[in-house]
Design a protein around this ligand. Structure first.
Ligand code: HEM
Length: 452
């Protein structure tokens, strides 16, 4: 669809959202008809977003403003100040949503809500288990280093490192190693990747996702059940169960919560960001040379990598943060309005109900010219103190894997740049239209070998 036709469509659909607000006020937000109307709107706009998410956001932002309706009549905030404020609300009320994606068929998660959608004690309990499960990367970076070294060694045998294929496989493996001390077989890793790729299936009605598409969802769900069972044989399992008991969480809840933490939050997010960092370094020779120099200065010989080395790698740190600003792996956060209210959009007053979804668009907020000068330009000298990519900082819903993901990417880049080289790389391209992960998926480092 050309941009003029798309613009007309996106704006016309927003006019319908405004009419919908009046209709919902009459028929009731949670009445059967109200739910159906919102679902219709969710699928209608969802299809546009699937193919042109960035244009969708910017058309509404430029023509309507920083606050507009989207998908299931949710209120979307698109600027830095409002998204930051939204993230800091405490306590937050959540429903079972994955950012912009509504989990319409919870059976895809074996009827366990995502931790993102939990509230109260259940959420506090899952957070306590995440905290226990995720190691402090600064304490033993050498353990991470050895794991990464073996993985990169395997890539040298293939003579290539493929961003879209190899990094997610690596992340699934290392997170199972860190959280459960278990090794996955190659078949299990393939099945875990299929689970992650199949996530949009959870947004289809049950009769489609597990009826018509049972040939797809069946094997994926079987894998999830089997892994959740395997977790219970881990030497770390008893500790997780002990913590869970304090919050009345069952073993099934714990295993499923950790499955989602590893697969959805950990693997998808971190492999996408790691791929983007490698893409940025491939495109910018002088930045890559400076990062190499920093690594050489901090870690000159063959001694074990230390936490202090990682802490002093400030340039590499800023490369990771700036990449996360421009290419945030998580693009939307979601919570529910705790009170009804009224919103003025396009000069019209629109009532909204308690329970209306409030969405924050991290991608547009991160490129807000009121917060960042030359927002589309890559710069490692910015003030990153209120970066939104990990859901901000210092509040209850901040990403629990923030420090691990940053330090893991640092160690990965250190081993990659210090001990390996490649002859050439394929095109570095971020697909900012299809709503897949924001990473240069097709990038491949070719002629990949260990340095002599
Ligand atoms: C080791 C890797 C990672 C792990 C284990 C991890 C884990 C998690 C978990 C378990 C949550 C849910 C927290 C809750 O329910 O309260 C979460 C939330 C979040 N994570 Fe991560 N994460 C990782 C990497 C990343 C990366 C690389 C990014 C982006 C740069 C990221 C961004 C976010 C955001 C924005 C949220 C909040 C989502 C929301 O509240 O809707 N995470 N993470």
């Amino acid at each position: 669809m050309d941009i003029t036709t798309l613009t007309q469509k996106v704006l016309k659909d927003h006019d319908r959202q405004i009419q919908l607000s009046q209709r919902l006020a009459k028929v009731g937000y949670n009445s059967t008809i109200g739910k159906l109307l919102r679902l219709k709107s969710y699928y209608k706009e969802g299809f546009t977003i699937l193919k042109a998410w960035r244009d969708f956001l910017y058309i509404r932002k430029e023509h309507i403003g920083d606050t507009f309706f989207a998908v299931d009549h949710a209120i979307m905030h698109a600027d830095h100040a409002q998204v930051k404020k939204l993230m800091q609300v405490e306590p937050q009320v959540r429903s079972n949503d994955l950012g912009i994606i509504r989990i319409i068929d919870p059976g895809y998660m074996l009827n366990h809500p995502l931790s993102l959608g939990m509230n109260g004690q259940e959420h506090t309990g899952m957070r306590a288990i995440f905290k226990q499960a995720l190691p402090n990367p600064l304490e033993q970076p050498d353990d991470l280093g050895r794991y990464i070294d073996r993985f990169l060694g395997d890539a040298t045998k293939q003579g290539k490192l493929h961003i879209g294929d190899d990094l997610p496989r690596f992340m699934v493996k290392i997170l199972h190693h860190l959280v459960f001390e278990i090794s996955l077989t190659e078949e299990e890793v393939t099945a875990s990747r299929a689970y992650i790729k199949g996530l949009p299936l959870a947004s289809l009605p049950n009769f489609v996702s597990r009826g018509l598409l049972a040939f797809k969802t069946g094997p994926i769900l079987k894998h999830r059940k089997q892994l959740a069972q395997r977790y219970q044989t881990s030497p770390k399992w008893a500790t997780y169960v002990d913590i869970g008991k304090q919050y009345e969480l069952t073993p099934e809840q714990i295993a499923n919560g950790l499955f989602d933490m590893i697969h959805i939050a950990g693997t998808a997010g971190t492999s996408a960001l790691m791929g983007s960092v490698i893409g940025v370094l491939c495109l910018n020779d002088s930045l890559q040379a400076d990062v190499r120099q920093e690594i050489e200065n901090l870690w000159p010989g063959t001694d074990a990598l230390t936490g202090s080395c990682l802490q002093q790698a400030t340039l590499l740190n800023n490369v990771i943060l700036e990449t996360a600003r421009l290419y945030p792996p998580v693009r939307f956060v979601s919570q529910l309005a705790t009170e009804a209210g009224e919103l003025e959009v396009s000069g019209q007053k629109c009532p909204f109900h308690k329970g209306t979804r409030l969405l924050g668009s991290i991608f547009t907020a991160n490129r807000d010219a009121n917060r960042y000068q030359n927002p589309d330009k890559f710069s490692v000298t910015r003030d990153f103190s209120d970066l939104l990519s990990w859901n901000g900082d210092a509040h209850e819903r901040v990403c629990p894997g923030k420090s691990l993901s940053i330090e893991l990417i640092k160690v990965f880049c250190m081993y990659l740049l210090k001990q390996h080289q490649w002859q050439q790389f394929t095109e570095v391209k971020w697909d900012l239209e299809k709503v897949t992960a924001v990473t240069p998926n097709e990038l491949e480092l070719q002629g990949f070998i260990a340095k002599a």
